[in-house]
Design a protein around this ligand. Structure first.
Ligand SMILES: Cc1cc2nc3c(=O)[nH]c(=O)nc-3n(C[C@H](O)[C@H](O)[C@H](O)COP(=O)(O)O)c2cc1C
Length: 222
């Protein structure tokens, strides 16, 4: 029981700490099996996992991510722009392999039990598989880095993903030198984590639970 909490709080998004050592096949199998055990709307299991080891493919993707990074950087000004320049947003080449997770909305359709009112429920399911993968990798002392600086059509073409199936995440995976104790974005001063009390509402939005400090009240935009 306590181990799951320890893993949850030790998990980090990894960019700069990958060692590039190979991943043992049986460990990869356990991590993917954990992802595949996730809950899914209507038991659709709408995810697939593409394992990318090829250096040319990873290099092509890294170049694309770099362009996307530039596009985002161009929207920033002053101190924010300088700060972003110092933040690493991917470990594509340094990691041991990539797991690209996709979403197939047609799986189990049309009568997906539980998705008739909320189309996004399929996507939520894929994100739960990703979180299972992330936690399992952490339990195995590996690191995971989620890369989302990409155009979906570009990644679909790069990996031959059929029309209608969406890439949801490029996950860098592999052994790491260590896991930081605080998120990179916090360490670099980009953004701080919110206190839990600011995220908890009592009965209705904006109602502070009894005993919560006054500055914990949720505000718009936080
Ligand atoms: C949907 C999603 C997309 C993300 N995309 C990126 C990314 O492109 N590059 C990056 O460096 N981190 C990315 N991250 C990692 C977040 O920056 C990270 O989770 C957050 O700063 C908190 O840090 P922690 O995961 O170490 O707790 C992404 C995370 C999520 C959930």
């Amino acid at each position: 029981m306590s181990e799951i909490y320890e893993v949850i709080h030790r998990r980090r998004d990894v960019r700069g700490e990958f060692t590039g050592e190979p991943i043992a096949e049986e460990v990869l199998e356990r991590i993917l099996a954990a992802a595949h055990a996730a809950p899914s709307v209507g038991l659709t299991q709408p995810w697939d996992f593409i394992l990318v080891r090829d250096d040319d493919t990873r290099e092509a993707f890294r170049r694309h991510v770099y362009q996307q990074r530039r596009e985002f950087a161009d929207t920033l000004r002053g101190e924010r722009a300088d700060l972003f320049e110092r933040i690493k947003v991917e470990g594509i080449l340094e990691s041991s392999l990539a797991v690209v997770v996709t979403y197939d909305p047609a799986r189990g359709a049309p009568a997906v039990l539980g998705r008739h009112a909320i189309a996004d429920a399929g996507l939520y399911s894929v994100c739960l598989a990703i979180q299972n993968l992330w936690l399992a990798a952490t339990a195995e002392e590996y690191g995971v880095g989620w890369v989302s600086f990409y155009n979906e059509d570009y990644l679909a073409a790069l990996l031959g993903i059929p029309a209608g199936i969406r890439p949801v995440a490029w996950l860098c995976l592999g052994p790491v030198s260590h896991l930081e104790t605080a998120p990179d974005l916090e360490r670099h001063g980009w953004r701080d984590r919110r206190p839990l009390a600011a995220a908890v509402h009592n009965e209705r939005w904006g109602e502070q639970p009894a005993g919560a400090p006054a500055d914990a009240l949720p505000r718009a935009g936080h």
